[in-house]
Design a protein around this ligand. Sequence first.
Ligand SMILES: Cc1cc2nc3c(=O)[nH]c(=O)nc-3n(C[C@H](O)[C@H](O)[C@H](O)COP(=O)(O)OP(=O)(O)OC[C@H]3O[C@@H](n4cnc5c(N)ncnc54)[C@H](O)[C@@H]3O)c2cc1C
Ligand code: FES
Ligand code: FES
Length: 1177
Amino acid sequence: MSCPPKSDDLVFFVNGRKVIERNADPEVTLLNFLRKNLRLTGTKYACGRGGCGACTVMVSKHDPVSAKIRHFSITACLVPICSLYGAAVTTVEGIGSINTRLHPVQERIARSHGTQCGFCTPGMVMSMYTLLRNHLQPSEEQLMEALGGNLCRCTGYRPILASGRTFCVESTDCQKKRTGKCCLDLGGNDSSSLSRESDICTDLFVEEEFQPLDPTQELIFPPELLRMAKNPEKQTLTFHGERVTWISPGTLKDLLELKAKHPEAPLILGNTSLGPAMKSQGRVHPILLSPARISELSMVFKTSDGLTIGAGCSLAQVKDILAEQVSELPEEKTQTYRALLKHLKSLAGQQIRNMASLGGHVISRHCYSDLNPILVVGNATLNVISEEGTRQIPLNDHFLAGLASADLKPEEILESVYIPHSQKWEFVSAFRQAQCQQNALADVSAGMRVILEEATDTIKELSLSYGGVGESTIGAHKSCQQLIGRPWNEPMLEEACRLLLEEVSLPGWAPGGRVEFKRTLVVSFFFKFYLEVLQELKKLVKVSDSHHYPEISDRFLSALEDFPVTGPRGVQRYQSVDSHQSLQDPVGRPIMHLSGLKHATGEAIFCDDIPMVDRELFMVLVTSTKAHAKIISIDLSEALELPGVVDVITAEDIPGTNGAEDDKLLAVDEVLCVGQIICAVVAETDVQAKRAIEKIKITYKDLEPIIFTINDAIKHNSFLCPEKKLEQGNIEEAFEKVDQIVEGEVHVGGQEHFYMETQRVIVIPKAEDKELDIYVSTQDPAHVQKTVSSTLNIPINRITCHVKRVGGGFGGKVGRPAVFGAIAAVGAIKTGRPIRLVLDREDDMLITGGRHPLFGKYKVGFMNNGRIKALDIECFINGGCTLDDSEQVTEFLILKLENAYKIRNLRFRGRACMTNLPSNTAFRGFGFPQGTLITESCITAVAAKCGLLPEEIREKNMYKTIDKTIYKQAFSPETLIRCWNECLDKSSFHSRRIQVEEFNKKNYWKKKGIAIIPMKFSVGFAATSYHQAAALVHIYTDGSVLVTHGGNELGQGIHTKMLQVASRELKLPMSYMHICETSTATVPNTIATAASIGSDVNGKAVQNACQILLKRLEPIIKKNPGGTWEDWKLLLNKESVFQPLDTSGDTRPTWTGRREKETLSHTMSMEQPVLRLKLTA
Ligand SMILES: Cc1cc2nc3c(=O)[nH]c(=O)nc-3n(C[C@H](O)[C@H](O)[C@H](O)COP(=O)(O)OP(=O)(O)OC[C@H]3O[C@@H](n4cnc5c(N)ncnc54)[C@H](O)[C@@H]3O)c2cc1C
Ligand code: FES
Ligand code: FES
């Protein structure tokens, strides 16, 4: 193989340290570089596409135009290291550490209880840190904006924002109101209930105790980089990788020369479009041209008729430039700028806006673009340049459709975009509808512009441009043409809607589907535009009232209000401990998550943060591309020849059992869904393994039937297990006696677990006795251990699974990790080398199933007063291609269908459908949320028929007296009723409902809703043998305590709670105690940490173990009854190792208290259903 040509040195700084990369590979992202080369694993990989913010770091650069240092957040997963020449990168490790000094952001997010699993926390910290580097006292709006690109899957944003608000100019956080009265509380009822509850606390942190933010302590911009920036090198820098060469010219002339020489080479700026496209399409561009050092592309020119913005300006910079223009110019001139600004606030998250360039946005021509429709109607022009000179291209539909005649020539680049000022009697608006307000692509976006004949309502010019409705941004030219000359009034509106629906005809395959919804948006946006223009005209009329414009009815005005982006408000209320409780006893107190500070500093180690082990290999899975097919052949030859590839693991390599007959680990002969695992490549690096899987050739023969939906499964009688049925009373007879009967159907979609940490496992084979160490992100290490054992055909006692912490599970890491662990273990045994398997987000979402979609039919019989007498529900869940947990989910669903209602005559039936989809699995609620939706739909249907409120029907049918549930459990509804009444009272439900009704009467287009729904949710497993746990507690001779138990730390804080228990029992501060990990070697045969009982059962086991130990300590304590742990520990040191102190004659030489299989039926929640009332408004 020939040597690649010599690269220039890539120079940048990370956390104040200089990095010189002599062989920078353009395909390496900053995230990989930080994690692998610099071993800075605080920056996390979660999505790899800029969508979640887990990999957020701060970049600082000298801006040649403003001559200032710019600090901005970016998502490291999209940043090629080559783009960092001359930049300073700050990661979560660079701002503070528990071993040195915590940064206030890190301290506050942890102490405000803003971390659970902690996987998102470093990203949150870095977004807030960057904000504070730019604004010492930000506004709340700025805080929301800074965190808009960061997802958290477990904590909920309230406590995270609460920590951020402590830096804001004026903190308005509810949590800070020591009264405990929420700012949302209405009416007088609440104060009485609050005064009744003097034992209720709301303080989670004391702001005054936080260390202050001291900007002088921050890392400075490296002077060397400043010197480099002030005397910029004009020479071209080149970085050669294995497949890609990165060329970064120092002058515009060189750039144009290079573009002429390599017309196919894309320009790379933010890489937010190019990067994800290259990844998903597996496309390689041999040459990338980086114009990052060309200052001409960042120029901004303000002229009397418009604004010219350099194509290299980031969208965040464009936002600032436009805001400045809007503040400087009269309103009539800034219509287009305001419309652009509106969308720039919601386009992606802050990190993407910091990276993405205006040029990249325009040239990418995404059909969902938010800005292009506005630029089109605003008559923007593209200034393009090549060696031949400059020219202008109109930014119109032809350009956006990529017509060669309207496009840039291959040797041209976009230099800048000219956006003209608007004029008087010209109105421009922007609209977008997305699934959420921030960080979500729009379903439909639109730019609309009208010019009226001066001081009249006659349309002189009209342009409407839509994104998201076709392959590119499209204009409604015909409709606009036909409306010219028409007055701006209701008949015109009606005609416009008719014309638009005709012209903007969405094809059935429209990107993103949901055609009917999008068609509705096409016209409803125009309706809003119509109202907006009328409102603007009303303002103008004051100045020139020569014309009379149609009035907007007050009822319609709410259509004009956008929903404001506001942070979640709320207050956490908890019961304070008894005043007699010892100060040392932490049970019942709001203790910070044990790992909170480590989450915030990035020092908490997750599975893939474990350093590479000697001779480690990387595994990538090869999955089926067919939904149902026979495997004809698998050709591995080409893949095996690639450099770095060590082996390909197939079903034939499995020494033991290949999963279950109907749920194989690796497919044999037949595949049942797209995403089914067929084989796995092991290679020296992840990159080599990923390249190799593309070379594996699998031929298939399609098989019939292919079933995707529940309806298809019913048609084909395709089920995974027999029907589950529960019947009570005499339903047929009851239906005959009721006043009314309603029948209906409910469809519930699925859901992706989206744990931030994807599935990952490291298997390390040991040289001796076929032992294996497995580090795995799972809720059930014992299941991984058992599966590996049967797969390898070795005894369970040779396999040790370790779980330090899990970056979110939600049910998705109960069953599946065993599959990945077993396949990786086969690879480890076959190659004799450690294997690391880390799923990409795409693979994780493809291979693992999620929540079961459901189809339910109901028939409900009731009296006119709302009392339900008979309920018949039949439901089907989509189980996917294998059984997994679908039978249990169906059972659980059926058992919980009654929710909180006592219905004497009922019949519940459920079936799990077998379809050609990845197997669906356990998911928070285990079928309960889907099932209850059917029951609650019945309630709403009954309410509508009886003319009563749904909450009246709920109350009427709720359990009232001590009774048995349909699953034959004794149940006292006292808590249920108390909880219901408290929620009604504390939420001021009735007064809020009246307000909602009044609002709805007054507002035709915008409606509010309010509902209160009881929830009787019994925690625990159906098999009570699962309600067991074990713990192992060691007291060492220095007095320190090591607690181990069978629960896994998934973010719920189970380790913190276990230490609280141990601390109470041993009467010892938590600081003496430690939990290292969950391991199958210390606590064997554990149950999955699931079903909401992890803390209950393990807590009891820990308690028991501690009590045994305390008993053994009695002789020592008796020698010095008034002593402290420090005194006893000295005695312990002298006596324990040599003398067994256990009076029962236990001769174990170490201080080990152990409690196994602690059965807790007396505390089990199956006996005491937990009542959780959900309040939504
Ligand atoms: C997580 C995420 C969320 C997003 N959300 C939204 C959203 O809500 N709304 C929305 O509208 N968009 C959204 N986007 C898309 C985003 O706006 C675009 O990806 C971005 O604007 C592209 O700019 P860039 O600088 O990163 O382009 P790059 O990826 O660097 O380049 C893209 C293309 O532009 C070409 N190019 C760049 N500059 C020039 C130039 N000066 N001359 C000639 N060719 C050039 C390149 O050759 C390349 O082909 C999102 C993207 C991501 C990753
Ligand atoms: S944004 Fe980079 S991992 Fe999600
Ligand atoms: S704490 Fe945010 S994802 Fe778990």
